[in-house]
Structure formats: structure tokens, C-alpha cells
Design a protein around this ligand. Structure first.
Ligand SMILES: [Zn+2]
Length: 319
């Protein structure tokens, strides 16, 4: 049998077909602008599944189930999207709407949890019983797997790791709190730290790096400057890694996972400049324990496909 995973992102709807082993066979993508109402979302999902089936010569009846990852809160039991952060989806009975078009079982899950499931079964979390993922993007997404199961909490909302406070009375966050981790360690936060450093140091190599990029500050700017020996860029990287480590150590102290994987664009940075100093900082701050029992902090392995693969595997694991 085969499985479809769908990732509802801020700008794109992405779908992929995977086989029994979680191998991604084909993907398709559609701009989110076309999803102007709930009915249309369900219809678009069904038509993407039909496209995938046609492209791979798969019969619709060979697709055992469909999983959907959404950026927000869901009710797993009924397959309802309760709300999403960046899309106008509120109380959408997605499973019911989807069944007007296709009969496959539909599983609705938070997208951070989908990424964790994907990495757990086919990526960085293989061979771990307790596993945490942290995805560094516009915000910070998270997923917690405990003994092979997603840790949902009492209401399906567990794993919102980006909204733990790491700076008391710090930067305001759209969630209503101040000093949330994602205000300091997301890709967006890294860009803010970079811009602040540029304002203080207008003659720095960091400013040159950004000028060479047509004035666009990216999550890579500070790392490029640091590699060129720029003390301003190096200081931004040091500060960013310190913030990143603060949240990671909190997660390790609470969950003591076997493995914690960091994903998202920022995690692709050179190991010598991100992963290795991060591991050292985490080790300095962690509660001492046996070396062989320490949480391994690693890079996620599936890149942008983690969410699709994990969503697809939701149904397979249920079977
Ligand atoms: Zn927050």
C-alpha cells in the first residue's frame, strides 16, 4: 500500500506519496492563495492526491490513508482544524469535508508533530525511543515523541516549544507573552539580531555581506560574515547559539530524550559554525549525567520533506 502526506504551509500546500518504508515517491505543490474557503481546501487536497496517483501510475484504491499537517491546533479525534497561525482556518471539519471527495481515512495533526514523526521513523530519530524535534523557521516548531508515540498533552497542543520564555519581560511575541524562545532563536530572530548588529556597526564586514545580497538580510548573513573573520558576525552567531542552546537545554532537562534534532533552514549552516558550538554550549549547561546517557543533539535529516513523510506515516502507524 501507499500513503499520502500533505503539508499545509504558510504559502504552499505540498503533498507527497510514500511507500511502506516511508520513501518519498513523488511530490506536488500548489499555491495557498487558491484556498479561499474550507470546501476548496478539501477539494484541492483531493485533486492533489489524484495528481500524485496519476503521475506515479498508482490506483486511488492503492492509497491506504492520507495525513495532513497544519500549522496550528487540531482536534485529532474528529479530524478538525481548530485554528491556524497564518491562515484563515478556524474550526474546519477537514475529515468530513475531505470524505465528500475521497473515501481514504484522513488524519489531521499539527505540522511540528508530523515533522517529528517523519524524522522519528525515517530520519534523525531512528533508533531513539524518546525523541524531540525543533524546527527553526519563521517561528520555532516542535514535536515530542515518547516511547514511539506523539506526546499530545491533554488537548493536542503539547510541543509548542517556541513559546517557552527564555528572557523575562523580553521581546513581545504574537502569542501574547514576552521573551518567547522563538523571539530569540528562530530564523526570523536571527535576522533581527543581524539587523541590530548592523545598525551598531555600519562599517562591518556583516554590512558588506548584506549589501552583496542586494541589501537582503538572510539567516546566513551573520554566518557568512563570521566565516570571513568578521568579529561583528561572529558575535551575532555566538549570541544566537547561546539563545538556541538555552531552549534546547530546557527541553533536555524536562524530557531527557535520546536524541534531539534541529531542522529548518538555519540548521543547514556549516557544522563548525552552528552544530558543534551548539553541542558544546548544551553540554556546558546540561545537568551532568553518564556520557553514554546524554541526549544526542543532531541535525534533522529529511529537510523540508519531514512534514510530508510524517503526515503520510500517521495512517500507516495507525494500521
Ligand atoms: Zn510566544
Amino acid at each position: 500500500m501507499k500513503y499520502v502526506g500533505i503539508d499545509v504551509g504558510g504559502t504552499n500546500l505540498k503533498a507527497g506519496l510514500v511507500d511502506e518504508s516511508g520513501l518519498l515517491l513523488a511530490t506536488t505543490k500548489m499555491k495557498i492563495a487558491r484556498i479561499d474557503n474550507q470546501e476548496n481546501l478539501a477539494w484541492t487536497m483531493a485533486s492533489m492526491i489524484q495528481d500524485l496517483a496519476e503521475a506515479t501510475g498508482t490506483g486511488i484504491s492503492e492509497i491506504a490513508s492520507v495525513g495532513v499537517g497544519v500549522p496550528g491546533a487540531v482536534e485529532i479525534r474528529s479530524g478538525t482544524v481548530l485554528y491556524t497561525c497564518n491562515l484563515p482556518l478556524r474550526n474546519v471539519p477537514l475529515r468530513r469535508l475531505f470524505h465528500r471527495y475521497l473515501p481514504q481515512p484522513l488524519y489531521v495533526e499539527n505540522d511540528g508533530n508530523c515533522a517529528a514523526v517523519g524524522e522519528y521513523f525515517t530520519g534523525a530519530g531512528r533508533n531513539s525511543k524518546r525523541f524531540v524535534t525543533v524546527t527553526l523557521g519563521t517561528g520555532i516548531g516542535g514535536g515530542i515523541i515518547h516511547n514511539g508515540r506523539i506526546f499530545h498533552g491533554s488537548n493536542g497542543m503539547a510541543g509548542e516549544v517556541g513559546h517557552m520564555t527564555i528572557v523575562h519581560n523580553g521581546h513581545p511575541c504574537p502569542c501574547g507573552r514576552k521573551g518567547c524562545w522563538e523571539q530569540y532563536a528562530s530564523a526570523s530572530a536571527l535576522k533581527r539580531l543581524t539587523r541590530e548588529a548592523m545598525d551598531r556597526n555600519p562599517d562591518s564586514i556583516l554590512c558588506q555581506v548584506v549589501a552583496e545580497n542586494e541589501g537582503n538580510i538572510s539567516g546566513q548573513s551573520a554566518f557568512i560574515a563570521a566565516r570571513r573573520g568578521d568579529p561583528v558576525g561572529q558575535e551575532v552567531c555566538r549570541l544566537y547559539i547561546e539563545y538556541l542552546a538555552a531552549g534546547i537545554v530546557n527541553l533536555i532537562n524536562i524530557f531527557q530524550p535520546d536524541t534531539l534534532a534541529i531542522g529548518g533552514g538555519v540548521s543547514n549552516e556549516d557544522d563548525a559554525y552552528l552544530l558543534h558550538p551548539l553541542q558544546q554550549q548544551v553540554e556546558r549547561e546540561s545537568i551532568p549525567c553518564n556520557r553514554d546517557k546524554r541526549t544526542r543533539v543532531v541535525k534533522a535529516q529529511l529537510g523540508n520533506d519531514a512534514g510530508i513523510i510524517g503526515a503520510a506515516l500517521l495512517g500507516k502507524k495507525k494500521r
